[in-house]
Write a protein that binds this ligand. Structure first.
Ligand code: G6P
Length: 607
């Protein structure tokens, strides 16, 4: 996490630094800061909290420097405060950093012994002091930085400016993404291409271990061994227009409402409209030869993977294992020769998912990346990329990117099932037709705001909430609980309905609302028995089901949301919607920051 930006411009860079930082705010919003060179001297301006605070402070100062770096922080080492805000600097160098310098404590000790005085609790400050130490010994900025880089353990994307060098920015990448943007006698760098989109469409990504030297007219990239290297320059199609909320109160609301349209876009991308058959890029291993599939992801993307496990095992008969990316490597899992590993990630930059991908690559797996950002690191490292086509998602809690992942995965299950001769053409078409009914059904659910607001009122006073479901509804229950806790800060857990009796039922009393996802499918009878067990223990049940499912509980549950009846295959896509709406409206009632919940970031680039 953390967003970094650097500009060597023809005019004062502060307004552009701030604009780009705003576009990176999804990466963290604990503090923000910039450093510019004013008559050759480093000037720093930092503020705790969101970029807005920094913007207000800079109104009166109005820095004039033509070279500068900026940062928006998600705190790792040191509390969110002004003294811990980036850039960190000495008189000679200022640095912004995304990542963690794992050996900072020993470097700091060594530098303090030499007389360096530290003013923050961060790991980053050692970068500024170590580079300064080498500058003090007469090294050039390039020599000093290259030497220092070799001493850092951990992950980083860095940008540095130097006293007296107003045509120079140095930057480096190890583990965290960094893109150079090419202008007309101007040069830019940023954590992603979206941040640079208002300034340039010409982008050159640093590769793992690279560092680079930027001036207004040119740039040179070096490998970790200091050898000059060429990296391709790409045109991006990202728009420079700041993505707006329209008339909506929050990005999250706007993004929730976009889902019916996004579903249509995904269906168009992964199907052949004339034959009603799924259409996917060619995979290096034929579908019929896939022995096993490993799905790896974090957070909401992980729950998309869990849902897909039910689909792919049932409809394509491929054994699927789903792993949390941050845990995946620790058992050193043996991966089968010719196996497929699918990495699901909205951002395509999540550090844990990237580390897992590297492990799977080293084990000779075919790497499939399912991402919403086609320029992302995961996309660039994958053998096959499945784009989710949700469009930029700004709200930190994932909504449309999640349902877009589900839609691609549903199409993928049909594709695999068909190519493995598990599904007949007729069965495939039937499943596909059910997916085509999703956009309209979603739009209907999104219009049920009044019932959801009543549910939100019931939840807003609760301390704990339980979500439960069976089969794919279990996966969606987990996602529902995550949404509620991240947005409203109410403790919530999702359970497999059948697992309640093995422990969680002990939590239940009249103060713990239980949200039950119970479509009237083949599992309904068993889930209904679990609902009876919960009602018997006096929990207020909130039932999410169709008209048929409501009948058995008429007048016996305080609240119920009526859902459309479609083929069970596509129901996870529909039941995901009330999960989002409930969390959104509960958070709204509680007055929490819906788009930027406390302590979170949208793109998590540290392990
Ligand atoms: C963060 C976000 C979540 C997201 C998760 C995984 O925690 O707040 O919304 O699901 O990261 O991110 P990814 O970009 O890999 O899907």
């Amino acid at each position: 996490m953390c967003g970094i930006i650097g500009i060597i411009g023809k005019s004062p860079v502060t307004p552009h630094l701030l604009e780009c930082l705003k576009r990176l705010e999804y990466r963290g919003y604990d503090s923000a800061g910039i450093a510019t060179l004013e008559s050759g001297l480093i000037q720093r301006h930092r503020s705790e909290g969101k970029i807005h605070n920094l913007q207000e402070r800079l109104k009166t100062i109005n820095p004039q420097g033509h070279v500068g770096i900026g940062h928006t922080r998600w705190a790792t080492h040191g509390v969110p405060s002004e003294r811990n805000a980036h850039p960190h600097a000495t008189e000679k160098v200022a640095v912004v950093h995304n990542g963690i310098i794992e050996n900072f404590a020993e470097l700091r000790f060594m530098l303090e012994q030499k007389g360096h005085v530290f003013t923050s609790d961060t790991d980053t400050e050692v970068i500024a002091h170590l580079v300064t130490d080498y500058l003090d010994h007469g090294l050039t900025p390039q020599e000093a930085t290259s030497k220092a880089l070799k001493q850092f353990h951990g992950a980083f994307a860095l940008a540095l400016i130097f006293q007296g060098h107003d045509d120079l920015i140095l930057c480096a990448r190890r583990g965290s993404p960094l893109a150079i943007g090419l202008g007309e006698s101007e040069m830019f760098l940023g954590s992603d291409a979206l941040a640079l989109a208002p300034l340039t469409q010409k982008i050159c990504y640093l590769e793992e271990g690279d560092w680079a030297e930027l001036s207004r007219e040119t740039f040179t990239i070096y490998t970790a061994e200091d050898l000059p290297v060429e990296r391709p320059i790409k045109e991006t199609f990202l728009t420079g227009a700041m993505i707006g909320k329209g008339n909506h109160k929050h990005f999250m609301l706007k993004e929730m409402l976009e889902q019916p349209t996004v579903m249509g876009d995904v269906l168009r991308a992964y199907s052949n409209p004339s034959t009603l058959a799924p259409s996917f890029p060619e995979f290096p291993v034929a579908a019929k030869d896939i022995k096993a599939l490993r799905i790896i992801a974090c957070g909401t993307s992980y729950y998309a993977g869990l849902t897909a496990q039910y689909w792919i095992e049932k409809y394509a008969r491929v054994p699927v294992t789903v792993s949390i990316a941050s845990e995946f490597r620790y058992g050193k899992p043996p991966l089968p020769q010719g196996g497929m590993a699918l990495f699901i990630s909205q951002s395509g930059e999540t550090a844990d998912t990237l580390a897992a991908l590297q492990y799977a690559k080293d084990q000779g797996q075919m790497i499939v990346g399912m991402v919403n950002v086609p320029e992302s690191s995961i996309a660039r490292l994958s053998d096959v990329v499945l784009e989710t086509h949700a469009g930029p998602e700004i709200g930190v809690a994932s909504t449309k990117a999640f349902t877009a992942q589900l839609m691609v995965l549903a199409c993928f299950a049909i594709y695999l099932g068909g190519h493995r001769n598990i599904l007949s053409e007729e069965e495939s078409k039937k499943l596909f037709q059910s997916l085509m009914e999703v956009p309209e059904a979603m739009a209907h659910i999104l219009s049920e705001e009044n019932t959801v607001i009543k549910i939100a009122h019931a939840l807003s006073e609760a301390r704990d909430v339980i979500y439960m479901g069976r089969g794919t509804s279990f996966a969606i229950a987990l996602e529902g609980a995550l949404k509620l806790k991240e947005l409203s800060y109410i403790h919530a857990e999702g359970y497999a309905a059948g697992e309640m009796k093995h422990g969680p039922i002990a939590l239940i009393d009249e103060k713990v609302p239980v949200i039950v996802l119970a479509p009237s499918d083949e599992l309904y009878g068993k889930t209904a028995s679990n609902v009876e067990e919960v009602i018997a223990r006096k929990a207020p049940v909130i039932l999410i089901t169709d008209l048929e499912g409501q009948k058995a509980f008429e007048g016996r549950v305080p609240l119920s949301l009526s859902m459309p009846t479609l083929h069970p295959f596509c129901l996870p896509l529909l039941y995901a919607i009330p999960m989002q709406m409930i969390a959104y409206h509960t958070a709204n009632l509680k007055g929490t920051d819906v788009d930027q919940p406390r302590n979170l970031a949208k793109s998590v680039t540290v392990e």
